[in-house]
Design a protein around this ligand. Structure first.
Ligand SMILES: [Zn+2]
Length: 131
């Protein structure tokens, strides 16, 4: 096992950059916090990863993929996500009609949404062709 330098004294900005680099190098796959810690070339704890993900999520640099219990680097303007059940590639989706439809439905139900997650589960183009 190769020795890894310690991230314990690194600045939050260094951890942000490291976690974003890891998530942007997965080819569209999401990673769990533990997966991010394992992929890091330096030693970082899962707690450091969670704190970093919280900061990055507040800045909308990363999104939690609820159905996979994982995280992905997606553009901030994505308001929905497609998740392939075969290869687990996650892609951003953009629609002008999703948010108005959700606000209409939640308004009719007298419900105030704090956060909206739209994850569309299915097969990506590549995995459809593989069948
Ligand atoms: Zn796929």
């Amino acid at each position: 096992m190769k020795a890894r330098s310690d991230m314990a004294k690194r600045k939050p900005e260094d951890l942000d950059k490291l976690v974003l680099t890891i998530l942007r190098s997965t080819g569209g796959r999401s990673l769990s916090a533990y997966g991010i810690a394992e992929a890091a070339p330096v030693r970082i704890t899962p707690v450091q990863v969670y704190r970093t993900l919280d900061r990055l999520a507040q800045r909308r640099c990363v999104q939690r993929i609820e159905c996979l219990n994982a995280w992905a680097a997606l553009p901030a303007q994505a308001n929905a996500i497609s998740v392939c059940t075969s290869c687990e590639i996650v892609r951003p989706l953009l629609s002008r009609s999703i948010e108005p439809a959700i606000l209409e439905a939640t308004g009719d139900a007298h419900f105030v949404p704090a956060r909206t997650v739209v994850e569309v589960i299915g097969l990506c183009e590549h995995c459809q062709d593989a069948d």
